[in-house]
Design a binder for this molecule. Sequence first.
Ligand code: PLP
Length: 399
Amino acid sequence: MSISGRHFLQIPGPTNVPDRILRAMDRPVVDHRGPEFAELTKEILPLLKEVFGTHEGTVVIYPSSGTGAWEAALVNVLSPGERILAFNYGHFSELFARTARNLGYDVEEVPLRWGQELPAEEVEAHLRADDGENPYAAVLVVHNETSTGVTSDVGAIRDAIDAAGHDALLIVDTVSSLASIEVKHDEWRADVTLTGSQKGLMLPPGLALLCVSPRALERGTEGGAPRNFFDWRPIIRDNEAGFFPYTPATLLLFGLREALKMLVEEEGLSNVYARHRSLAEGVRAAVEAWGLRNLCEKPEFYSNTLTAVVVPEGADSDEVIRVARERFGLALGVGLSRIKGRVFRIGHLGALNELEVLGTLGGVEMALIESGVPVELGSGVRAAQQLFTRKPTEVAGDQ
Ligand code: PLP
């Protein structure tokens, strides 16, 4: 039976695409070698630089997904056989390391707990222990682990690399943070910061976006791996005039321009980050009111784009997700790989407001109850309302 009304897509990406962006893409396809398209490219690239937090960096766009962004980042700056330091603290950091291994790099993958952040001290200790024989050429970092709801402190990791006196490249995955949690490519002195279109940028899947430092550009000129489609050199060259060396995803780029207008020019990036923080606090208040555990171990690393909620012993998070989808038309994120069945994830990023969060939390509460997880009906919604109401009134019995 289909459920009427708007589907609640509350997975941590792909996120809801605002009607304005859908309309911006709903147009005749243009000549990608014509002047209108060149103008579009020239408008988009400087706005994207603001979102990446860069003056010095160069932005490169590919028709691809986040997985393609990983590959693009690696093959442009690293030669096969070079050593990479990676950490496994969730599904996506694991896949990033696997991608590097599959491409022929020598990856040291340090296991961490799923639910912890990437500790800067760990990075420093491994770099200090590098004997320099085949030194680490790069460190891979996932800023926001979408499988666990943990945001690591990339600034502290940068400091740790400096403290170790190591010159490894810093490659940062911001797939589920960019345009929702502040990304500081220049301040972090990141060499490549990468993302996809389908999360904070409020677009459908289909674009991979990279921000590249001058140092990484240089590496790409001298070295890197054999590459063709992902070679950023011809793209950067043709972008000067607003073009691409292949057929770009023209309509997605019209959508991207609209998204950037909304984020950078209208709402303003600092307001976008503040909105995500506030919505996330509402969700976390609900999880606490339900008496459930956030998979993220330490509050200072709680993600502002998603929350991974651990279900009680004996419960099955897949069942909660099934009930939410089938009964209420609410899509929640599953527990990935080794945490399958143990957590469900509430996405709270992209085009989202307080009432939509309350609707989501109401749906989660009902799904929990219907799948046998005892929570107090209304408790989570009320906790979030208390936070969202500027002058919250005392509710009887609520201290
Ligand atoms: N990195 C992170 C942090 C992600 O969350 C994802 C996907 O969700 C990816 C990489 C892979 O991106 P894609 O699925 O677009 O290939």
